[in-house]
Design a protein. Sequence first.
Length: 137
Amino acid sequence: MDLRKILITSVVGVVASFAVGIGFYMAYYQNLFASLQEEFPNVMNEEPNFAVGLIVTIAQVFLVAMYFDKSNVSSAKSGAINGAWISVAIWAVANGNMMAMTKLTNMSYFLTDLGISGVMGAVVGVAMAWMMGRLSK
C-alpha cells in the first residue's frame, strides 16, 4: 500500500467531490432541503453542516483511494465504473436506513439520489483513477 499515492488521490477526490457536489446541490438538493426544513424545522438544519460533510467526504474518498490502490484502478473507464458502484452502494445503505426510520425520504428521493450519487461517484472515480495512474508511473 502506497500511503503517499492514497493521500494525494484522496485530496483530488475531495476537490472533485466538492466541485461536482456543488452543482448537484444547487440544481437539486438545495430546494429539496429547503422544503424539508420548512416541513420539519426541528429536524433539518437551515444550512448543511459543512464540517460534517467534509469529514464524510474525506472518509469516503480515502476508502475509495485505498480500494483503487489495491485493485489497480487507474484508467478513466475503471475509475468511472468503480466510483459509480461504490458511491451507489454507500448511499443505498445510508438512504435506505433513513427511509426505513424516518419520514424525511421516499422512494422517489431514494432513486433520484442513487442516480445522482452514481454520476457523482463516476466523475470523482475518473479523477481519482487518473491521479492513481499518474502516481503509478
